[in-house]
Design a protein around this ligand. Sequence first.
Ligand code: ATP
Length: 310
Amino acid sequence: MATPLAPEADWIRVRVSGKINLALRVGAVRPNGYHPLATVFQSVSLFDEVGVRWDEPGRFTVSVAGDQADLVPSDGNNLAVKAAKLLADHYGPHRLGAEITIRKTIPVAGGMAGGSADAAGALLACSVLWDLDTSPDDLRGFGAKLGADVPFQLMGGTAFGTGRGDQLVPVLSRGSYHWVLALSEDELSTPAVFRRFDEFNPEAPDDLPLPNEVMNALVAGDAVALGDALINDLEPAAASMRPGLVRVLETGRELGALGAVVSGAGPTCAFLAANEAAAVDLSVQLSSEGLCRAVRRVTGPVPGARLITA
Ligand code: ATP
Protein backbone atom coordinates (compact mmCIF):
# COMPACT_ATOMS: atom_id res chain seq x y z
CA MET A 1 0.00 0.00 0.00
CA ALA A 2 1.31 3.46 -0.88
CA THR A 3 1.73 6.27 1.61
CA PRO A 4 0.19 9.56 0.50
CA LEU A 5 2.69 12.10 -0.82
CA ALA A 6 0.45 14.96 0.24
CA PRO A 7 -3.13 15.33 1.38
CA GLU A 8 -3.76 17.39 -1.80
CA ALA A 9 -3.05 14.39 -4.01
CA ASP A 10 -5.11 14.10 -7.19
CA TRP A 11 -8.77 13.28 -7.18
CA ILE A 12 -9.81 9.81 -8.28
CA ARG A 13 -13.12 9.96 -10.11
CA VAL A 14 -15.56 7.16 -10.83
CA ARG A 15 -18.72 7.17 -12.93
CA VAL A 16 -21.62 5.04 -11.69
CA SER A 17 -24.94 4.28 -13.37
CA GLY A 18 -28.56 3.91 -12.36
CA LYS A 19 -30.35 0.57 -12.73
CA ILE A 20 -33.80 -0.59 -13.67
CA ASN A 21 -35.28 -4.01 -12.94
CA LEU A 22 -36.58 -5.71 -16.07
CA ALA A 23 -38.06 -8.42 -13.88
CA LEU A 24 -38.45 -8.31 -10.11
CA ARG A 25 -40.01 -11.38 -8.50
CA VAL A 26 -40.35 -11.23 -4.71
CA GLY A 27 -40.87 -14.05 -2.21
CA ALA A 28 -42.12 -14.18 1.37
CA VAL A 29 -40.12 -12.26 3.96
CA ARG A 30 -37.59 -14.44 5.83
CA PRO A 31 -37.01 -14.43 9.60
CA ASN A 32 -33.89 -12.28 9.03
CA GLY A 33 -36.14 -9.58 7.54
CA TYR A 34 -35.01 -10.02 3.93
CA HIS A 35 -37.14 -10.96 0.96
CA PRO A 36 -35.77 -13.51 -1.49
CA LEU A 37 -35.60 -11.99 -4.96
CA ALA A 38 -35.25 -13.22 -8.52
CA THR A 39 -34.46 -10.15 -10.57
CA VAL A 40 -32.96 -9.05 -13.86
CA PHE A 41 -31.05 -5.79 -13.50
CA GLN A 42 -30.00 -3.53 -16.33
CA SER A 43 -27.69 -0.51 -15.92
CA VAL A 44 -28.85 2.55 -17.83
CA SER A 45 -27.10 5.73 -18.90
CA LEU A 46 -28.06 7.98 -16.01
CA PHE A 47 -24.82 8.68 -14.14
CA ASP A 48 -23.57 9.95 -10.78
CA GLU A 49 -19.92 10.90 -10.38
CA VAL A 50 -18.02 10.05 -7.20
CA GLY A 51 -14.65 11.74 -6.52
CA VAL A 52 -12.25 10.98 -3.66
CA ARG A 53 -8.93 12.37 -2.44
CA TRP A 54 -6.80 11.82 0.62
CA ASP A 55 -7.87 13.35 3.89
CA GLU A 56 -6.42 13.11 7.38
CA PRO A 57 -6.35 9.58 8.79
CA GLY A 58 -9.74 8.68 10.24
CA ARG A 59 -11.44 11.70 8.63
CA PHE A 60 -14.26 11.09 6.13
CA THR A 61 -16.29 13.95 4.65
CA VAL A 62 -18.77 14.16 1.80
CA SER A 63 -20.27 16.99 -0.22
CA VAL A 64 -23.13 16.42 -2.62
CA ALA A 65 -24.11 18.50 -5.67
CA GLY A 66 -26.49 18.06 -8.59
CA ASP A 67 -30.11 16.88 -8.85
CA GLN A 68 -31.92 16.51 -5.50
CA ALA A 69 -28.63 16.99 -3.61
CA ASP A 70 -30.62 18.40 -0.67
CA LEU A 71 -32.25 14.97 -0.17
CA VAL A 72 -28.93 13.17 0.24
CA PRO A 73 -27.23 12.95 3.66
CA SER A 74 -23.92 14.83 3.86
CA ASP A 75 -22.70 13.04 6.97
CA GLY A 76 -21.81 9.51 8.02
CA ASN A 77 -25.21 8.27 6.84
CA ASN A 78 -24.21 8.78 3.22
CA LEU A 79 -23.65 5.35 1.71
CA ALA A 80 -20.45 6.52 0.00
CA VAL A 81 -19.00 7.46 3.41
CA LYS A 82 -20.08 4.11 4.84
CA ALA A 83 -18.33 2.40 1.92
CA ALA A 84 -15.09 4.34 2.41
CA LYS A 85 -15.11 3.63 6.16
CA LEU A 86 -15.76 -0.06 5.60
CA LEU A 87 -12.67 -0.32 3.39
CA ALA A 88 -10.59 1.82 5.75
CA ASP A 89 -11.58 -0.26 8.79
CA HIS A 90 -10.46 -3.38 6.97
CA TYR A 91 -7.22 -2.16 5.37
CA GLY A 92 -5.92 0.68 7.50
CA PRO A 93 -7.81 1.83 10.56
CA HIS A 94 -6.21 5.06 11.89
CA ARG A 95 -4.20 5.42 8.67
CA LEU A 96 -6.74 6.08 5.88
CA GLY A 97 -9.11 9.00 5.32
CA ALA A 98 -11.04 10.45 2.36
CA GLU A 99 -12.73 13.61 1.17
CA ILE A 100 -15.62 12.52 -1.06
CA THR A 101 -17.65 14.49 -3.59
CA ILE A 102 -20.78 13.24 -5.30
CA ARG A 103 -22.52 14.76 -8.31
CA LYS A 104 -26.05 13.33 -8.51
CA THR A 105 -28.11 12.65 -11.61
CA ILE A 106 -29.68 9.36 -10.53
CA PRO A 107 -33.00 10.17 -8.78
CA VAL A 108 -32.88 9.93 -4.99
CA ALA A 109 -35.14 7.28 -3.45
CA GLY A 110 -36.39 6.61 -6.96
CA GLY A 111 -35.94 2.83 -7.20
CA MET A 112 -32.78 3.16 -9.32
CA ALA A 113 -30.30 2.29 -6.54
CA GLY A 114 -28.49 5.64 -6.69
CA GLY A 115 -27.19 5.41 -3.12
CA SER A 116 -25.91 1.90 -3.83
CA ALA A 117 -24.28 3.23 -7.01
CA ASP A 118 -22.48 5.92 -5.00
CA ALA A 119 -21.35 3.29 -2.49
CA ALA A 120 -20.01 1.18 -5.37
CA GLY A 121 -18.23 4.26 -6.74
CA ALA A 122 -16.65 5.04 -3.36
CA LEU A 123 -15.45 1.44 -2.97
CA LEU A 124 -13.75 1.48 -6.36
CA ALA A 125 -12.38 5.03 -6.03
CA CYS A 126 -10.98 4.50 -2.52
CA SER A 127 -9.40 1.17 -3.45
CA VAL A 128 -7.51 3.01 -6.21
CA LEU A 129 -6.75 6.11 -4.11
CA TRP A 130 -5.35 4.06 -1.25
CA ASP A 131 -3.67 1.59 -3.62
CA LEU A 132 -5.35 -1.39 -1.96
CA ASP A 133 -4.87 -4.87 -3.24
CA THR A 134 -8.57 -5.58 -3.80
CA SER A 135 -9.92 -7.84 -6.53
CA PRO A 136 -13.34 -7.26 -8.14
CA ASP A 137 -14.60 -10.18 -6.04
CA ASP A 138 -13.29 -8.54 -2.84
CA LEU A 139 -15.04 -5.30 -3.77
CA ARG A 140 -18.31 -7.14 -4.43
CA GLY A 141 -17.96 -8.79 -0.98
CA PHE A 142 -17.57 -5.39 0.70
CA GLY A 143 -20.44 -4.11 -1.43
CA ALA A 144 -22.79 -6.87 -0.26
CA LYS A 145 -22.17 -5.76 3.35
CA LEU A 146 -23.35 -2.25 2.46
CA GLY A 147 -26.52 -3.14 0.58
CA ALA A 148 -28.08 -5.77 -1.66
CA ASP A 149 -27.81 -3.63 -4.82
CA VAL A 150 -24.16 -2.59 -4.38
CA PRO A 151 -22.60 -5.72 -5.99
CA PHE A 152 -24.65 -5.13 -9.15
CA GLN A 153 -23.78 -1.43 -9.15
CA LEU A 154 -20.09 -2.40 -9.20
CA MET A 155 -20.62 -4.82 -12.05
CA GLY A 156 -23.24 -3.14 -14.29
CA GLY A 157 -24.47 -4.41 -17.65
CA THR A 158 -27.33 -6.89 -17.46
CA ALA A 159 -27.40 -9.52 -14.71
CA PHE A 160 -29.68 -12.02 -13.01
CA GLY A 161 -29.74 -11.60 -9.25
CA THR A 162 -30.96 -14.04 -6.62
CA GLY A 163 -30.73 -14.16 -2.82
CA ARG A 164 -31.24 -10.53 -1.79
CA GLY A 165 -30.37 -9.59 -5.39
CA ASP A 166 -26.66 -9.83 -4.54
CA GLN A 167 -25.93 -13.31 -6.00
CA LEU A 168 -25.24 -12.32 -9.58
CA VAL A 169 -24.66 -13.94 -12.92
CA PRO A 170 -24.28 -11.90 -16.11
CA VAL A 171 -27.14 -12.26 -18.60
CA LEU A 172 -26.45 -12.51 -22.31
CA SER A 173 -28.11 -9.47 -23.80
CA ARG A 174 -28.02 -8.62 -27.47
CA GLY A 175 -28.24 -5.02 -28.62
CA SER A 176 -28.98 -1.78 -26.87
CA TYR A 177 -32.39 -0.78 -25.53
CA HIS A 178 -33.93 2.70 -25.59
CA TRP A 179 -35.73 3.66 -22.40
CA VAL A 180 -37.71 6.68 -21.34
CA LEU A 181 -37.79 7.30 -17.60
CA ALA A 182 -40.52 9.24 -15.83
CA LEU A 183 -38.99 10.70 -12.66
CA SER A 184 -41.47 11.33 -9.87
CA GLU A 185 -42.02 14.44 -7.76
CA ASP A 186 -41.92 12.28 -4.62
CA GLU A 187 -39.64 9.64 -3.25
CA LEU A 188 -40.68 6.19 -2.04
CA SER A 189 -39.07 4.38 0.88
CA THR A 190 -37.95 0.91 -0.22
CA PRO A 191 -38.61 -0.71 3.22
CA ALA A 192 -42.12 0.84 3.28
CA VAL A 193 -42.91 -0.61 -0.17
CA PHE A 194 -41.74 -4.06 0.97
CA ARG A 195 -43.94 -3.78 4.07
CA ARG A 196 -46.93 -2.98 1.84
CA PHE A 197 -45.96 -5.95 -0.38
CA ASP A 198 -46.11 -8.18 2.74
CA GLU A 199 -49.61 -6.90 3.58
CA PHE A 200 -50.77 -7.61 0.02
CA ASN A 201 -49.04 -11.01 -0.26
CA PRO A 202 -49.32 -12.95 3.02
CA GLU A 203 -48.86 -16.15 0.96
CA ALA A 204 -45.93 -15.04 -1.23
CA PRO A 205 -44.19 -18.10 -2.71
CA ASP A 206 -40.90 -19.52 -1.44
CA ASP A 207 -39.98 -20.78 -4.91
CA LEU A 208 -39.75 -17.80 -7.17
CA PRO A 209 -40.60 -18.08 -10.85
CA LEU A 210 -37.58 -17.61 -13.11
CA PRO A 211 -37.92 -14.57 -15.38
CA ASN A 212 -37.42 -16.73 -18.49
CA GLU A 213 -39.44 -14.50 -20.82
CA VAL A 214 -37.22 -11.53 -20.02
CA MET A 215 -34.02 -13.57 -20.40
CA ASN A 216 -35.16 -15.10 -23.72
CA ALA A 217 -36.08 -11.67 -25.07
CA LEU A 218 -32.64 -10.33 -24.09
CA VAL A 219 -30.81 -13.22 -25.74
CA ALA A 220 -32.83 -12.70 -28.91
CA GLY A 221 -32.42 -8.91 -28.77
CA ASP A 222 -36.20 -8.71 -29.20
CA ALA A 223 -37.46 -5.37 -27.85
CA VAL A 224 -41.13 -6.21 -28.51
CA ALA A 225 -40.89 -9.45 -26.50
CA LEU A 226 -38.97 -7.64 -23.76
CA GLY A 227 -41.66 -4.96 -23.56
CA ASP A 228 -44.31 -7.68 -23.09
CA ALA A 229 -42.26 -9.53 -20.47
CA LEU A 230 -41.39 -6.63 -18.10
CA ILE A 231 -42.68 -7.52 -14.62
CA ASN A 232 -42.37 -6.14 -11.11
CA ASP A 233 -44.06 -7.81 -8.12
CA LEU A 234 -43.60 -4.59 -6.12
CA GLU A 235 -45.64 -2.55 -8.59
CA PRO A 236 -49.07 -3.00 -6.87
CA ALA A 237 -47.54 -2.04 -3.51
CA ALA A 238 -45.77 1.03 -4.96
CA ALA A 239 -48.91 2.06 -6.87
CA SER A 240 -51.06 1.78 -3.74
CA MET A 241 -48.73 4.26 -2.03
CA ARG A 242 -48.49 6.57 -5.08
CA PRO A 243 -51.78 6.10 -6.99
CA GLY A 244 -50.60 8.54 -9.69
CA LEU A 245 -48.18 5.87 -10.91
CA VAL A 246 -50.98 3.90 -12.58
CA ARG A 247 -51.84 6.87 -14.78
CA VAL A 248 -48.17 7.47 -15.65
CA LEU A 249 -47.77 3.81 -16.72
CA GLU A 250 -51.02 3.83 -18.73
CA THR A 251 -50.12 7.09 -20.44
CA GLY A 252 -46.72 5.77 -21.54
CA ARG A 253 -48.37 2.65 -22.97
CA GLU A 254 -50.99 4.72 -24.80
CA LEU A 255 -48.22 6.86 -26.25
CA GLY A 256 -46.70 3.77 -27.87
CA ALA A 257 -44.22 2.31 -25.38
CA LEU A 258 -43.49 -1.39 -26.03
CA GLY A 259 -43.72 -1.96 -22.29
CA ALA A 260 -43.85 -0.09 -19.00
CA VAL A 261 -42.70 -1.00 -15.52
CA VAL A 262 -42.02 0.61 -12.16
CA SER A 263 -38.30 0.40 -11.43
CA GLY A 264 -37.48 -1.44 -8.21
CA ALA A 265 -39.57 -0.08 -5.36
CA GLY A 266 -40.44 2.98 -7.45
CA PRO A 267 -41.56 5.60 -8.03
CA THR A 268 -39.47 5.95 -11.24
CA CYS A 269 -41.33 4.42 -14.22
CA ALA A 270 -39.40 2.96 -17.16
CA PHE A 271 -40.85 2.78 -20.69
CA LEU A 272 -39.24 0.72 -23.42
CA ALA A 273 -39.22 2.32 -26.88
CA ALA A 274 -38.78 0.51 -30.18
CA ASN A 275 -35.79 2.64 -31.23
CA GLU A 276 -34.15 6.00 -30.65
CA ALA A 277 -36.67 7.98 -32.75
CA ALA A 278 -39.58 6.37 -30.87
CA ALA A 279 -37.87 7.21 -27.56
CA VAL A 280 -37.53 10.87 -28.60
CA ASP A 281 -41.25 11.02 -29.54
CA LEU A 282 -42.31 9.28 -26.35
CA SER A 283 -40.20 11.50 -24.12
CA VAL A 284 -41.52 14.71 -25.74
CA GLN A 285 -45.14 13.57 -25.45
CA LEU A 286 -44.76 12.25 -21.92
CA SER A 287 -43.16 15.56 -20.83
CA SER A 288 -46.05 17.52 -22.26
CA GLU A 289 -48.55 15.46 -20.22
CA GLY A 290 -47.07 17.04 -17.07
CA LEU A 291 -47.50 13.88 -14.99
CA CYS A 292 -43.98 13.71 -13.59
CA ARG A 293 -41.06 15.84 -12.36
CA ALA A 294 -38.85 15.13 -15.34
CA VAL A 295 -38.45 12.77 -18.27
CA ARG A 296 -35.07 11.28 -19.21
CA ARG A 297 -34.05 9.30 -22.27
CA VAL A 298 -31.44 6.63 -21.53
CA THR A 299 -29.99 3.49 -23.07
CA GLY A 300 -28.95 0.20 -21.54
CA PRO A 301 -27.01 -1.84 -20.87
CA VAL A 302 -24.07 0.36 -19.84
CA PRO A 303 -21.15 -0.51 -17.53
CA GLY A 304 -21.31 -0.23 -13.74
CA ALA A 305 -18.72 1.66 -11.65
CA ARG A 306 -15.77 2.72 -13.86
CA LEU A 307 -12.76 5.00 -13.30
CA ILE A 308 -12.85 8.30 -15.16
CA THR A 309 -9.32 9.41 -14.23
CA ALA A 310 -6.58 7.73 -12.27
P1 ATP B 1 -32.87 1.44 -2.58
O1 ATP B 1 -31.43 1.28 -3.03
O2 ATP B 1 -33.05 1.28 -1.09
O3 ATP B 1 -33.83 0.68 -3.42
P2 ATP B 1 -33.48 3.84 -3.99
O4 ATP B 1 -32.72 3.41 -5.16
O5 ATP B 1 -34.95 3.97 -4.17
O6 ATP B 1 -33.21 2.95 -2.75
P3 ATP B 1 -31.55 5.79 -3.13
O7 ATP B 1 -31.36 6.95 -4.05
O8 ATP B 1 -30.49 4.79 -3.03
O9 ATP B 1 -32.97 5.19 -3.44
O10 ATP B 1 -31.85 6.47 -1.70
C1 ATP B 1 -32.41 5.81 -0.59
C2 ATP B 1 -32.10 6.66 0.65
O11 ATP B 1 -30.71 6.50 0.92
C3 ATP B 1 -32.31 8.15 0.45
O12 ATP B 1 -33.52 8.55 0.97
C4 ATP B 1 -31.15 8.80 1.16
O13 ATP B 1 -31.55 9.37 2.38
C5 ATP B 1 -30.18 7.68 1.50
N1 ATP B 1 -28.82 7.86 0.91
C6 ATP B 1 -27.66 7.64 1.56
N2 ATP B 1 -26.61 7.88 0.77
C7 ATP B 1 -27.09 8.26 -0.41
C8 ATP B 1 -26.48 8.65 -1.65
N3 ATP B 1 -25.15 8.68 -1.80
N4 ATP B 1 -27.29 8.97 -2.67
C9 ATP B 1 -28.64 8.90 -2.52
N5 ATP B 1 -29.26 8.58 -1.37
C10 ATP B 1 -28.50 8.25 -0.32
